[in-house]
Design a protein around this ligand. Structure first.
Ligand code: EPU
Length: 433
């Protein structure tokens, strides 16, 4: 198992640019199954979830490879596609759900064993299934696996999502592109990554209107071609770099990600006392490490455009040493704050109670041995360690690299003392002692 060592107390300086967004690239890769010509996704990060997606595409009969920074796919005949998603690939990431609609549409059936991903609380797929069933799919549940079949083409429907699920909106958007007639999706998610999928599909020939609003209208059965496409920049990675400088102090510029994509997080940092300057696609953030940030924050994480749930643990890391108590409530996930155990081990007075995280503030963080509980919780522990005295050892059972290609190297490039230690290096150190 890899660990990450972080020696706190270094201020950060320099410029950094996030890669393409994980939460765009992963559904776009699934959507390429609908395309009748080659596709290329530019500047795609080297994430383990991307590797898992490429393996999944290969396993179902598609051709997808990495060429340097780009991911390239070739069209595949329906007869060559298999709808069986291998359990080890389904279980390795949540994004295996994005293969439900494309495989159902193209192969006629799909069998998805239990999807994996971060353990953020219950993550049902009932809205995905209800929408696909309304379009005519037969849904069979067997243990933790779901099988979908269609007998004839899917049919366009007028469907209301019971809550604005990002994943279910994407599933139904893809399915609607293949369905006969018009589909209207009401109560749809409005996240930038949903808009990105709509733009990608439209660039391939789909007819979609309304992305970014709760009502999407899709005219189905257009033949989709291929496209060379640059997905959105990763707004959560941008927020992570911003959180890092807020915790450690210094001055950095985040380029290539328009501030509107992480406006709520930048607003929060401003209220904490970080100096934030914004222009078109540049954000400069400065914090004097000698002065405590302002606490007294009451954050409520919810669907776009509210404060993003993925940035809630990062905000917590920033608030641990602040001058007053704060609270963060996560409306979307029941177990968003598993990182609280690690914060407490570093000397923070903070406590998760259901969906609420209470942070007393005023901590003087000390290095500790901590474990990443999930992707964003792991990144938040790394951010907190940048402010702690001494060398923190962050055990990361594969979480951070699911969503950040090189987070330790990124912050080291800004001046942090942060490095990945592989098992082999640790063993040889032990032997030489
Ligand atoms: N939900 C249901 N039924 C469904 C679908 C969702 O009850 O059929 C519930 C979920 O249980 C959750 C809420 O709706 O409580 C929101 O879930 P949503 O479907 O919107 O999230 P997701 O598609 O599973 C994506 C991102 C998450 C991000 C959320 C919210 C991907 C791969 N994941 O998840 O990202 O937190 O949207 O913005 O796109 C991450 O990157 O670390 C991450 C977890």
């Amino acid at each position: 198992m890899q660990t990450i060592t972080i020696t706190g107390g270094q201020t950060l300086h320099g410029t950094i640019r996030p890669a393409a967004a994980k939460n765009s690239v992963l559904p776009l890769l699934a959507a390429t199954l609908l395309c009748g010509a080659p596709c290329c996704l530019r500047n795609a990060p080297e994430l383990s979830d991307v590797d898992t997606s490429l393996a999944l595409l290969q396993a179902v009969g598609a051709k997808a490879v990495r060429h340097g920074p780009d991911l390239c796919t070739l069209p595949v005949a329906a007869a060559d596609l298999c709808g069986e998603i291998p359990p080890h690939l389904a279980g390795a990431m949540r994004s295996s759900v994005f293969y439900l609609a494309p495989l159902l549409c193209r192969a006629g059936m799909v069998r998805l064993p239990l999807p994996g991903g971060c353990r953020l609380g219950p993550r049902p797929v009932d809205i995905h299934l209800a929408g696909l069933a309304a379009m005519g799919a037969r849904v069979e549940l067997e243990g933790e696996a779901v099988t979908l079949r269609r007998f004839g083409p899917l049919q366009g429907v007028d469907f209301t999502l019971r809550l604005p699920s990002v994943g279910a909106t994407m599933t139904l958007l893809m399915a609607a592109c293949c369905a006969m007639g018009t589909t209207v999706l009401r109560g749809a998610a409005c996240e930038p990554e949903v808009c990105d999928l709509a733009r990608f599909l439209r660039a391939c020939g789909a007819q979609i209107t309304g992305e970014g609003t709760p009502v999407l209208v899709i005219q189905g059965r257009r033949a989709l071609s291929g496209v060379a496409y640059e997905p959105l920049p990763d707004r959560i990675a941008a927020a992570t770099y911003a959180a890092a400088v807020a915790a450690a102090g210094g001055q950095i510029t985040v380029e290539g990600c328009a501030p509107v994509y992480y406006q709520a997080f930048l607003q929060f940092l401003t209220e904490c006392g970080v100096v934030v300057e914004k222009s078109d696609a540049l954000v400069t953030l400065a914090r004097d490490p000698a002065r405590r940030l302002h606490g007294g924050q009451h954050l409520f994480a919810n669907a776009w455009p509210a404060f993003a749930t993925d940035t809630a643990p990062l905000a917590a890391a920033v608030l641990l040493e602040a001058d007053a108590p704060s609270e963060i409530y996560d409306h979307l996930f029941a177990n968003r704050f598993a990182c609280a155990t690690g914060f407490a081990a570093m000397g923070a007075d903070c406590r998760a109670a259901g969906r609420m995280l209470h942070i007393a503030g005023g901590a003087n963080l000390q290095a500790a041995a901590v474990t990443a509980p999930d992707l964003r919780g792991g990144a938040a522990l790394l951010v907190a360690a940048l402010a702690a005295q001494g060398t923190t050892v962050l055990r990361d059972p594969g979480h951070i690299r699911r969503g950040y290609a090189h987070l330790p190297a990124d912050v080291a490039g800004l001046g942090a003392q942060c490095a990945v230690q592989s098992q082999a290096v640790q063993e040889s150190r032990k032997q030489s002692i």
